[in-house]
Write a protein that binds this ligand. Structure first.
Ligand code: SF4
Ligand code: SF4
Length: 367
């Protein structure tokens, strides 16, 4: 297996190491040299010196197989997220997925989808769910994406991180990040918030095992009505694990525009969003659902492309879809406050479909 990846990234060329979030730029002629250096030929000395300095990785005398060179792609997608399966072992009432069915692509479909992602230029891939670690093909899917030269991030509730098969995989083929959601800081609150008894213990076991294995953890502290009183303790948990953390306290409607998640909102913790100045959804990143249907992002799923049936060529349809979905149409048409609005149009549409209180997403509710 390779030690580092050399890849085009937007206008640049990068060398990266799995398990590390950073890398270094190389000029085009160096990238081209690596492309031409295949098989048994040794790694160039300039590369060996650079990887030694960056990560203490010794490539001197190693064959060129230690470098996986990603081919350029005319599609220009650098990032993607892939929801392996919507199924979850928790039953959080605030989940933005709504109904969580255990269904998705078979192995053949997943291989095709991951191949499409590789051909689209995807370097950073987030594997998510539902809970991805309970997906029956999680380890195979992760392994295939790694083999194709993708830098991997997993979003998880952490409850299966202590499973030895997962730990072996993740310590051998390292993700650059594992993002674990936090739903409470005590057993009583955590289990009540997830509506599953025993989840706190599993979560703590998973976190302890991941920390022990030196895996790169980040915590997403999810604040809802049921756990808001433990916010400081949840943050302290991240400090105790020496993990970076982010606090999420604005609850979204479901991806189907359903209102059911919104009743968990802690009104006291509702935060005003910064003005939305645009994003690259559908242009440099996209999302794939459990069936391999691609959308501009996790929220804007109004139009999807079947990547398994259409192949990488199908992605040419995404940029015009993105342009259309970003227009302030529907309930936002003619809004005089749109320049200062913090809610992108795809998200505003979900709130409007859910008949959410204006105060939760729209400036007209705050005046
Ligand atoms: S939800 Fe909105 S801001 Fe986020 S990626 Fe989608 S379009 Fe962009
Ligand atoms: S302020 Fe409200 S109506 Fe105006 S663009 Fe934003 S969400 Fe739409």
């Amino acid at each position: 297996m390779y030690e580092v990846i050399a890849t085009p990234f937007l206008e640049d060329f990068l060398v990266m190491r799995p398990g590390k979030s950073g890398g270094f730029k190389i000029p085009f002629h160096r990238y081209q040299e690596l492309r031409d250096t295949a098989g048994d030929r040794p790694c160039p000395e300039w590369l060996a010196a650079a990887t030694r300095k960056a990560w203490g990785v010794e490539l001197s005398g190693r064959s060129a197989d230690a470098v996986l060179v990603r081919e350029p792609s005319s599609y220009g997608y650098a990032r993607a997220s892939y929801e392996l399966n919507l199924g979850c072992n928790y039953d959080c009432p605030f989940c933005y997925l709504g109904k969580k069915e255990f269904e998705g692509l078979d192995w053949e479909g997943r291989e095709t989808l991951l191949g499409v992602m590789r051909d689209a230029g995807v370097v950073w891939l987030q594997l998510t769910g539902g809970e991805p670690l309970i997906d029956p093909l999680f380890r195979e899917t992760y392994g295939r994406a790694y083999e194709l030269g993708m830098m991997l991030q997993i979003s998880s509730n952490g409850s299966r991180l202590h499973d030895e098969r997962n730990l072996n995989l993740l310590t051998q083929y390292r993700p650059y990040r594992i993002t674990v959601s936090v739903y409470g800081a005590t057993e009583e609150t955590y289990d009540r918030t997830t509506r599953r008894r025993g989840t706190w213990r599993q979560f703590r076991r998973g976190l302890a095992a991941a920390r022990e294995a030196g895996l790169p953890l980040r915590l997403n502290v999810v604040v809802v009505d049921d756990n808001a009183h433990e916010l400081d303790q949840m943050k302290a948990l991240a400090d105790e694990l020496e993990a970076e953390h982010f606090v999420y306290s604005n609850i979204s409607p479901t991806i189907h525009g359903g209102p059911e998640a919104l009743s968990s909102q802690s009104d006291e913790h509702l935060r005003a969003r910064k003005p939305f100045t645009g994003c690259n959804a559908g242009i440099t990143h996209f999302h794939a659902d459990p069936f391999g249907l691609a959308s501009i992002c996790k929220v804007g799923r109004d139009e999807q492309i079947d990547l398994v049936a259409e192949g990488v060529e199908g992605l040419a349809q995404l940029p015009p879809i993105a342009d259309k979905l970003m227009l302030r149409t529907g309930g936002c048409s003619g809004c005089a406050l749109q320049d200062k609005c913090g809610t992108c149009r795809p998200l505003a549409k979900r709130y409007q479909e859910a008949n959410a209180p204006l105060v939760s997403y729209c400036q007209h509710g705050r005046r």
